[in-house]
Design a protein. Sequence first.
Length: 199
Amino acid sequence: MRRTRISSLRAGVDLVAAENAGRALLRALGIDLDSTATPDLARTPRRFAEAYAELLTSESFDFTTFENIEGYDEMVIVSDIPVQSMCEHHLLPFTGKAHVGYLPGDRVVGLSKIPRMVNHFARRLQTQERLTVQIADALVDHLAPQGVGVVVEATHTCTTLRGVRAGTAITRTSAVRGVMRDDPRSRTEFFALAGHTPH
Ligand SMILES: [Zn+2]
């Protein structure tokens, strides 16, 4: 067994400064935080700061891999992994699912570590495209598989709640590496197992 520590990238969170900034932001948006009619608003800047700090903090974890002693050489797919991330353009959440597959090389990974890896890259300011690529590249780096494929399907609240109000529009992104990119059969198998047909 081999453990690789995947560390949170974050510097410190200053909750007091974030709360003060949140209070200033809400006031600038014309919200009266001191109204006796809505006393609950007094603590809203604090809750706001805590919520954003949580959504932007990725926990460190151990990426645990094992020698592939049985020589397993079929695709491993973990699908419907929840994705909760934050659009870096609007500071609004985007949510959906990731489907991650790999064809093992000399090592296999504990399956719970794939959702942890997705979460690690999701809990920060992101674009969906970068999130997809980062998950694929991290698995290449830490697992050295024969191939990796990642599909992310997400709904962006910055699109569905404002502007053109594109309803439930779903954005799909994919990243493929190794045989999933270079071998047509592996590529087709991955996208079929991931429930997604590339354009
Ligand atoms: Zn956005």
